[in-house]
Design a binder for this molecule. Structure first.
Ligand code: BJW
Ligand code: ZN
Length: 276
């Protein structure tokens, strides 16, 4: 693990996890009463959910995730996009939350017992935070488990898909149609070019403005406007900590970059937070 301090300035090799964190990071975690956490695909990577920048295989080997997560892609090839979402839904059902998700639950409980709070806003459409036992303030990009009509917006209840998420489906499956208007049913997620749910976005902005520590874990910081939310912490000089094995679009803005996996670093941060 590498701990980068004042990210733009210096890099310091550290020892093993908690002991290796500087006093600064450990005391920020220990002293914070209002922690806001923004998560991205990286926090679910150790559960086995691919991130958006990973190369795809099987039916989707010729497409990037960015090509598929659009209304244009759904209009042009509804079966291909629909099957991608149903297959991913199956995969998520087959995997489990990892130590990164679990650490946030522990931190949430620890703070709640002491009159503080930790809020989680996620860009992920999976439910791994919830399955770990966390309360999630906002799913900024929607949920892969709910569906609605692509035209009239009527909610649709569907049975769970039965794909094996660890194998590519043999062929694409047409999406079902709306019982009200006959248009295609789509996943209730936010595609490129679509607005984020206003309530979720505003609630996340408010919790970041109000926080005394902001953690950004497992996101490339490429996709707007979610990636700009942590910058609201700068208004009050609130410390920002990034947890990510790689440099990101947000790294330069961070006060501290913890370079490593969320599955090892978030438990270490929580240990620091709970230390007397
Ligand atoms: C680990 C790890 C481990 C790995 N531990 N970490 C300003 C400038 C330019 C463009 C725009 C702009 N504002 C808006 C745009 C357009 C667009 C946009 O941002 N484009 C960019 C590509 C530039 N944004 C939009 O269109 C948004 N809407 C919007 O702006 O509305 C206003 C509007 C409306 C109409 C017209 C014009 C404007 C909507 C964005 C919706 C994004 N939706 C998706 C798909 C959701 C459904 C689905 O899941 O399929 O959301 S795209 C995809 O990216 C998904 C993710 O939530 C999102 C973010 O990705 P994330 O989470 O950061 O994942 P990765 O894969 O990028 O990164 C993973 C990270 O994990 C990496 O850093 C790894 O290193 C790390 N990692 N292992 C910790 N073990
Ligand atoms: Zn309809």
């Amino acid at each position: 693990m590498t701990l980068t301090l004042r990210c733009a300035a210096a890099t310091v090799e550290s020892m093993q996890v908690l002991q290796e964190m500087t006093d600064d990071v450990a005391s920020l975690a220990r002293d914070a009463q209002k922690v806001a956490v923004l998560t991205g695909a990286g926090i679910s990577a150790e559960s086995g959910v691919p991130t958006f920048r990973e190369v795809q295989t099987g039916l989707w080997e010729r497409f990037s995730a960015q090509d598929l997560a659009t209304t244009d892609a759904f209009s042009a090839n509804p079966a291909l996009v629909w099957t991608w979402y149903r297959w991913r839904q199956s995969l998520i059902r087959q995997v489990e939350p990892n130590p990164g998700h679990i650490a946030l639950v522990e931190w949430q409980r620890h703070l709640a017992e002491r009159g503080g709070r930790l809020t989680i806003a996620t860009q992920n459409v999976d439910d791994l935070h919830e399955r770990a036992g966390a309360r999630v303030l906002a799913h900024l990009h929607g949920s892969i488990f709910t569906h609605r009509c692509a035209e009239c917006g009527t909610a649709a209840q569907l049975p769970d898909p039965t794909y094996n998420g660890f194998e590519s489906p043999p062929e694409p499956e047409e999406p079902p149609v709306c019982q009200d208007c006959g248009a295609h049913i789509r996943p209730d997620v936010v595609w490129f070019g679509e607005m984020l749910p206003m309530e979720a976005f505003e609630a996340t902005a408010a919790t970041i403005r109000n926080a005394d520590l902001v953690i950004v874990a497992g996101t490339s910081g490429i996709v707007q406007p979610a990636a700009s939310l942590p910058l609201l912490a700068l208004e009050r000089g609130t410390p920002l900590i990034e947890v990510n094995p790689e440099l990101t679009e947000l790294s330069e803005t961070m006060d501290y970059c913890l370079r490593g996996s969320s599955g090892s670093l978030l438990p270490a941060l929580v240990s620091a937070a709970a230390a007397q």
